[in-house]
Design a protein around this ligand. Structure first.
Ligand SMILES: C[S@@+](CC[C@H](N)C(=O)[O-])C[C@H]1O[C@@H](n2cnc3c(N)ncnc32)[C@H](O)[C@@H]1O
Length: 365
């Protein structure tokens, strides 16, 4: 039976499952869920096997909030022998299809971490074995991944059990298990800096950074203290107005690129319409933040917004859907076309990150 396997943050399997089930149903594809509780793994077993590949073609991964990565299964769970594991995997795959890359994956848990050493060791002979039978194409450079190609996933549930599957390169994450490993910059005053770093990498295509994420731009950071997000803007050469009643790190103030205003982020209005980026990490009710972000964009106070919406303890998927819908409704009421994407990023915890921008010009006032 074919399944779509989705990777999410451990503890968020219910949300990830509810989302794939709902979005598959929009495409008239149905199935049942097998959640691996606290392992960050969801199996969505499809009633019609042909729907696996169809869903991966029709539903963009970037439309899913809680899934970091996914693949469609090629095999059931395979029990591996103690010896000749490579042969067992090569045999199970056959040689009908070709893949451009192999991802060795496991749950994002402590048990999974323990497995990763075993997987690293097995990866070398497995790649060789798969290349020999031409199931894996010859090595490509990391920057030259064939966007029309497919990626082979080997998900190790234990050292003896593996599930094999594939994803489409153009509709999957470039990162193993959808996890980018970012280095914490020692000059940053807080670890939250990694959230904004990951958000820019995730939402803004690198070849557009020169025009959308560049030196000389003005930015506003709401809820900025102590300055982890401001640090990401400063290091990209932007001038930042930082709004928070709490203190900002001295090192950032010394750059001369930061103006700190001690005031309520809900009351601040920029004097000039020259702000490109609005970023917001205020710990506040998500409904309030969503409304504020829509207002900033619709008033032309900023061109693009990157912000967090805190997740409630219960009913998280419903709450997120409602918050995003409120932003979409506000844009639609003004007949605006827009881009709005949300993701539960790797460095997010009890929040999701949202990117929004209007695509149609605002009416002249
Ligand atoms: C998670 S921290 C921000 C961390 C920051 N992004 C960083 O990377 O260092 C949340 C901040 O929001 C601020 N905050 C909460 N409500 C606020 C409001 N209404 N106006 C301004 N700041 C607010 C808090 O003072 C706190 O410093």
């Amino acid at each position: 039976m074919t399944a779509i396997v989705l990777y999410c943050r451990p503890g968020f399997e219910k949300e990830c499952g509810a989302e794939i089930q709902e979005k598959a149903a929009w495409n008239e594809m149905y199935g049942y869920l097998e959640l691996k509780k606290n392992q960050g793994l969801v199996f969505f077993h499809l009633h019609d096997g042909s729907h696996g590949e169809a869903l991966m073609k029709n539903l963009p991964l970037k439309r899913l909030i809680f899934a970091r990565q996914w693949f469609v299964t090629l095999t059931e769970k395979i029990d591996l022998p103690d010896y000749n594991r490579v042969e067992a995997i090569v045999d199970a795959l056959g040689n009908e299809w070709q893949y451009d890359d192999l991802r060795m994956e496991m749950a994002d848990t402590n048990d999974g971490k323990a497995l990763s050493k075993f997987c690293r060791k097995l990866a070398v002979p497995l790649r060789q074995g798969l290349r020999k039978v031409k199931v894996l194409t010859d090595k490509q450079s990391k920057t030259d991944v064939n966007q029309d190609g497919a990626i082979l996933h080997a998900l190790f549930l234990t050292g003896q059990t593996v599930v094999l599957g594939f994803s489409l390169a153009r509709n999957s994450s470039n990162h193993v298990m959808g996890i980018p490993r970012l280095k914490f910059p020692s000059q940053s005053p807080s670890r939250s800096t990694l959230k904004l770093d990951e958000a820019f990498l995730h939402f803004i295509p690198k070849d557009e950074w020169e025009t959308r994420l560049t030196s000389g731009m003005n930015a506003v950071d709401l809820g900025s203290a102590p300055g982890g997000w401001t640090y990401q803007l400063v290091r990209r050469g932007m001038m930042v107005t930082a709004i928070d009643n709490g203190p900002m790190a001295e090192s950032l103030m010394e750059t001369g690129q930061v103006k700190h205003k001690m005031m309520d982020g809900f009351k601040y209005v920029p004097m000039k319409q020259n702000v490109y980026w609005l970023v917001c990490d205020m710990i506040e009710k998500p409904q309030r933040v969503a409304k504020l972000m829509a207002e900033w964009l619709l008033n032309g106070y900023c061109k693009e917004a990157m912000f967090n919406l805190k997740l409630p303890m219960k009913g998280r998927y419903q709450q997120v859907t409602d918050d995003l819908q409120s932003i979409k409704d506000a844009f639609s009421q003004h007949n605006m076309t827009y881009e709005l994407y949300a993701k539960h990023l790797y460095y997010d915890r009890e929040e999701i990150t949202v990117h929004a921008r209007l695509l149609s010009p605002l009416p002249q006032k």
